[in-house]
Write a protein that binds this ligand. Structure first.
Ligand code: KIV
Length: 291
């Protein structure tokens, strides 16, 4: 069998430790220790959402080092209007599929609304399901100061936590979808939230829809990596919802999304071509038939 070089595999050393987060095929999964090392090196990294095994396998092969099984599955996969109705059973099923479809990426499972707000013990029970039943390597939950007790207990129990502050979509009924951290008071609150999740032991923090200058300041202040979405170029990592990034989401997408393909157009064109072939009697042909 051909041996791949460390550069080709994205690994180095006998332990197979990740050399860079992005790129190549590794001999083992990315861990939160690799994420911490990337911050020390000043390496930026990409994260994408994934909700199913096949899509996740494509991103894994492309070298995406971290995948989030986000509760954005609610709007982008399950047909809900918001993330609020998503259940822990649904997140467990989707997370397990993404874990099965991947071999290198760190898979982060989102704790859905109602699965951790009661307190640390409920958070631990819910996170334990995602770790044991789905096999995720870390969980994500929303909230800064308000969630620090939950984060502390999960981390003490050996479950790595990605925090999420700024716009927190599970609170849409209270806060709407508005830019967060504008104005001195709100900016100070965001900084307090960021420090609270770091002090509680989170290994990374998502900053959603916050002014670029503030996100850059949070990134300079923290020793854990920041993952921006609608937070400008100054964060350590960037995350996009995959259906937005690949142009599958119908209707208006947020201004901060860069669309790298138009899958909706490609899929619709292919579906129409198939339908026309069937209606016109040109599919199947001899080469598609068995005898
Ligand atoms: O659920 C999700 O996809 C998220 C990302 C937008 C960070 O929380």
């Amino acid at each position: 069998m051909t041996q791949l070089s460390a550069a080709q595999t994205g690994t180095s050393g006998p332990s197979g430790s990740a050399k860079t987060l992005y790129g190549g095929k590794g001999t083992r999964r990315i861990t939160v220790r690799d994420i911490a090392a990337a911050k020390e090196r000043g390496e930026k990294w990409p994260m994408l959402t994934a909700y199913d095994a096949m899509t996740a396998s494509v991103f894994d092969e492309a070298g995406i080092p971290v995948m989030l099984v986000g509760d954005s599955a609610g709007n982008c996969h399950l047909g809900y209007e918001t993330t609020v109705p998503v259940t822990l059973d649904e997140m467990t099923m989707l997370s397990a599929a993404v874990v099965r479809g991947t071999s290198r990426a760190l898979i982060v499972g989102d704790l859905p609304f109602g699965s951790y707000q009661e307190g640390p013990v409920q958070a631990l029970r819910s996170a334990t399901r995602l770790v044991k039943e789905a096999g995720v390597g870390a969980v994500k939950l929303e909230g800064g100061e308000r969630s620090h007790r939950q984060i502390e207990l999960l981390v003490e129990s050996g479950i790595p936590v990605m925090a999420h502050i700024g716009l927190t979509p599970q609170s849409v009924n209270a806060m709407g979808y508005r830019v967060q951290g504008r104005g001195e008071e709100a900016a100070q609150q965001l900084l307090r939230d960021a420090k609270a999740v770091q002090d509680a032991g989170a290994f990374a923090v998502v900053l959603e829809l916050v002014p670029a200058e503030l996100a850059a300041e949070v990134t300079r202040t923290l020793h854990i990596p920041t993952v921006g979405i609608g937070a400008g170029p100054g964060t350590d990592a960037q995350v996009l919802v995959w259906t937005d990034m690949l142009g599958l989401t119908g209707g208006r997408v947020p201004k901060f999304v860069k669309q790298y393909a138009d899958l909706r157009e490609v899929m619709s064109g292919a579906a129409k071509a198939f339908a026309e072939d069937v209606v016109g009697g040109t599919f199947p042909q001899e080469e598609h038939s068995v005898h």
